[in-house]
Design a protein around this ligand. Sequence first.
Ligand code: AMP
Ligand code: MG
Length: 323
Amino acid sequence: MSSSFATSQAVDQAVLHLKQGELVAIPTETVYGLGADATNEQAVATIFRLKGRPSFNPLITHFYSKQAAFEHVEANATAEALADAFWPGPLTLVLPKKKTSPLVAAISAGLDTIGVRVPAHPLTQDLLERVGLPIAAPSANPSEALSPTTAAHVRQYFADNPLLAQILDGGPCQSGLESTVMGFDTEKRVVILRPGGLSFETLTSFLGYAPSTPSASDPIKSPGQMLRHYAPRRAQVRLNAHDIKPHEALLAFGPTTLSAPYMRNLSVTGNLEEAASNLFAMLQELDACGAQTIAVMPIPTLGVGVALNDRLRRASVKSNSLV
Ligand code: AMP
Ligand code: MG
């Protein structure tokens, strides 16, 4: 498998792989994705196989432009306005699939909708333009594991796996948290299905109302949102830590007097965007140091802090059998 900081030739090669139904790991501004031709049944099946992803968990499909994305879905006026304002960017719109769309059924995981997004990373934009295909791309990690924010993370997970043809190295992901996923209720009002890089506050001020979030009693609208997710391979995660116990590693946030032999600070100045871009890489590093538990200091639930806390809460859940 080839992987080095991507050049124009590397993008050419990725185009060929994708057209042949092979998988390519692609950089986005959120996390690295495992990309495949969304109109090729075999290619999409390989994504599920490589990730060990349950078939009930739908995939987000990536497009070069809003126009290309909306060829496949029934958009509404709010979706149009959101796409104009926030694409390219960390926003996924879940909309009814058009009958004419050739996207394979497995992408929707039994629903009648598709999640569509236009990513902002220049390398992937170049790739999407050149390949001229919709690219299904979940995060490039085994199911439930931490999301990759560097090409090295993807290599650690899949380098030896022949199902992955290429890793396009676009450097560390800028935003570091997955996209905000949103759907629409029967009145076409926005429902946030997964908090993400685009904050609740930004959306509220844009929409002129606070979008709703599904409550636990609602029927599941976004089936991939499992309780345990984003989990370190070995260590347990202890949230809202105000102290540090022997043998714990510390994931700090902001100025602190707490210390541990193994520690990282998401943002010494308490900047939530910086913390978001560091989250997955620092969890990986602390997991690799061999501590049994990673103690995480409290993080404010403001702006992108909502998505940060969502990921950490899921990382701390011991087993999906508790769901
Ligand atoms: P990932 O690919 O790991 O970033 O996860 C994508 C997530 O987006 C899924 O787990 C779902 O929660 C959500 N999603 C994608 N497509 C749909 C859809 N058609 N309907 C509802 N949720 C979706
Ligand atoms: Mg994921």
